[in-house]
Design a protein around this ligand. Structure first.
Ligand code: DAH
Length: 336
């Protein structure tokens, strides 16, 4: 009996368990109720009562050892199952295609806007999102007490926590890039300036503390209002991919004179049509040209600015601005 126990113990220890079939074989031989260890228990009855307890103890240890080996081997196999390759796998097969992401709807709209201006010979200019008062306001002809400079609208950056410092700020529009462009290059200038802008607004379905704008600037000799108008109509028709009914409404911006806002007529099935504002524009104010050392007696220009979110919402019928920044894949996947 003792030699039987010893040889089975050795067999339990030596048994190779490297796959599910071997595991099952081990179970049948050593763990199951019809296995070798169970058979030894059956033989216990032949022992004299004095011996029975001692042999039983040894048998129990063996039984536990086999059970532990089985449990451990099973765990190991299960955890490696995902990395294991079976003999029938064809490793020359092409991998399934990786899902490709889609362009963000804001990017799609921006691409459309860029196309219009590329055609007209405009290039792209960029500027910093952290601006100073000069570029964001002063040089753009904002009077010192203009409400846009108010803390309610503008995020100011305080270099010194103790002192309110109104020089550094997050740009509130892309117009400061006009100033940077005119300071670095003499006319003719034909540029668009896309980018992020920031305003201290609460988050609602129609407002957010950051959004995107595209600015356009054209400065040369004899730039006139008719060219601005033509550009605006071409822009609207290309972005919305149809003939648009539009109106140019007199408006006010410190950096343009005259200034206008462009509305387009908007109709949706089952709803009354309405005028919707899509952008602001105007002829560059002489004070702005002077602030960058361009002679307004010689040069003139037009500028325009639009919100990319607004354009995108109109193009795709999106009614909540917050969805642009949530990166919800179910939303993004609709723009394949
Ligand atoms: N900067 C203006 C804004 O943020 C938009 C704008 C209006 C830009 C008229 C222009 C312009 O260049 O001519 O509301």
């Amino acid at each position: 009996m003792n030699t039987d126990i010893e040889s089975i113990r050795q067999a339990v220890r030596d048994f190779k368990i490297e796959n599910a079939a071997q595991l099952e074989e081990f179970r049948l031989q050593f763990v199951s109720r019809k296995g070798k260890i169970a058979a030894l228990f059956t033989g216990l009855g032949k022992f004299a009562a004095e011996e029975r307890a001692a042999v039983g103890k040894v048998l129990n240890e063996l039984k536990n050892e086999a059970q532990q080996r089985f449990d451990q081997a099973k765990l190991n196999l299960e955890s490696s199952i995902h990395t294991q390759r079976s003999a029938t796998d064809d490793i020359t097969l092409q991998a399934p295609p990786r899902p490709v992401g889609s362009l963000h709807p804001l990017t799609l709209t921006l691409e459309e806007i860029k196309k219009v201006f590329y055609r007209l010979g405009f290039s792209i200019a960029e500027g910093p999102e952290i601006e100073d008062d000069f570029h964001n306001f002063t040089s753009l002809n904002f009077p010192p007490e203009h409400p846009a400079r108010d803390m309610q609208d503008t995020f100011y950056i305080h270099k010194d926590a103790e002192r309110i410092d109104k020089d550094l700020l997050l740009r509130t529009h892309t117009s400061p890039v006009q100033i940077r462009k005119m300071l670095e290059q003499k006319p003719p200038i034909r540029s668009i300036m896309p980018g992020r802008v920031y305003r201290n607004e609460s988050v609602t379905y129609k407002s957010y503390f950051l959004f995107h704008q595209v600015e356009a600037l054209y400065v040369d000799k004899n730039v006139n209002f008719a060219e601005l108008k033509e550009t605006l109509v071409m822009l609207a028709e290309m972005v919305f991919n149809r003939k648009v009914e539009y109106r140019l409404r007199p408006s006010f911006f410190p950096f343009t004179e005259p200034s206008l806002e462009m509305d387009i007529w908007w109709e949706q099935p089952g709803k009354p049509g309405k005028w919707l504002e899509i952008l602001g524009a105007g002829m560059v104010h002489p004070n702005v040209l002077k602030s960058v050392d361009i002679d307004p007696e010689v040069y003139s220009g037009f500028a325009l600015g639009m919100g990319v979110e607004r354009m995108t919402s109109l193009r795709y019928g999106i009614d909540d601005i917050r969805i642009y920044y949530e990166n919800d894949i179910r939303f993004l996947e609709q723009f394949q």
